[in-house]
Design a protein around this ligand. Sequence first.
Ligand code: SAH
Length: 363
Amino acid sequence: MSELKRILQESIAHDGPMALDTFMAVSLSHSRHGYYMTRDPFGVKGDFVTAPEISQMFGELIGLWAAEVWMMLGAPDKVHLVELGPGRGTLMADALRAARVSNEFSSALQVHLVETSPVLQQMQKDKLAQAPVPVTWHTSLDTVPEGPAIFIANEFFDCLPVRHYVKTPEGWRQRLVGLDAQSDLSFGLAADPEPLLTMDAPDGAVLELSPASQLFMGQVAGRVAKGQAAALIIDYGYAETGYGETLQALRAHQSVSPLACPGEADLTAHVDFSSLTRAAQVAGADVFGPVSQGEWLLRLGIAQRADALKKRASEEQSQAIELALARLVTERVGDMPGMGLLFKALAVLPRGASVPPGFARES
Ligand code: SAH
């Protein structure tokens, strides 16, 4: 049994069942045994692969996007390039290399990485040791200085905790993590329905909410709304809020029960882009998208970038570039799922800003 499972069982035995978002937060971020705190989860040997780990083209295009957005914001002398949940630091390394196309932009940059995991912070430090710009680490947004900024978040919001409410004949009851007769972790429902949740839905319908995501988005968008700042969010998820549950646990590329091995499997949920949009608008910012990742990357010229890379590549490397391109922009690659449609990009800008690259006014 995992050490974290024992800690959770003790806590529930002592304090009673816990909300799903508490369980998810502890599983991922417990200071000693949390999933992200103890390991490098990426790559073929890890639990999942992200877009920057598939191809350098992804981070490069984000670097060029940031350079154009910086121009749109009036090319401030100093700009904070802030990445939320930077993983291995690959996206930032590729973005900074591409940003060198503009000397003015490169010399304005001050990089801030918001990362809770000490293991991943160390990997990022190694990856960015030669970075030509100052880089500072933070464990929360609070210590990132105010001022002109571009925020980047790839596959960050999907690991923020979600909460579930289930429709029963008595009303909407919150899903809790408790203990079964053998003292093993098990799902249950709160005894009392939520008095303020009065929507009609078939029994068994599930409402999945992520208050932590809304809060985070509100903080970022609040900074954007003050002017000379922008945010780019890329993640997998859905465009319209609806009923249904998407919480999943992945271990070594296999799906497992979210309760099976807390701290040893990645827990994520699909991102509700309409709820992020509302949170950003309430904070006073304008939102563009979501647009599918495939369409967004193609609009930014990823096919041309792939062609340029192939010109200098061996036959084997060319095939790898083609495959990476297909994984990033299409819905399916053979019998493997691609990221092109399920993943989406959303941009947040100050009110009245013009359309950022890759987005459309009506998208
Ligand atoms: N953006 C990277 C990694 C995505 S995985 C990529 O695309 O490859 C999620 C990342 O978010 C990890 O680096 C994880 O440690 C970090 N993370 C998770 N919860 C966080 C939180 N509350 N604050 C800051 N970073 C967090």
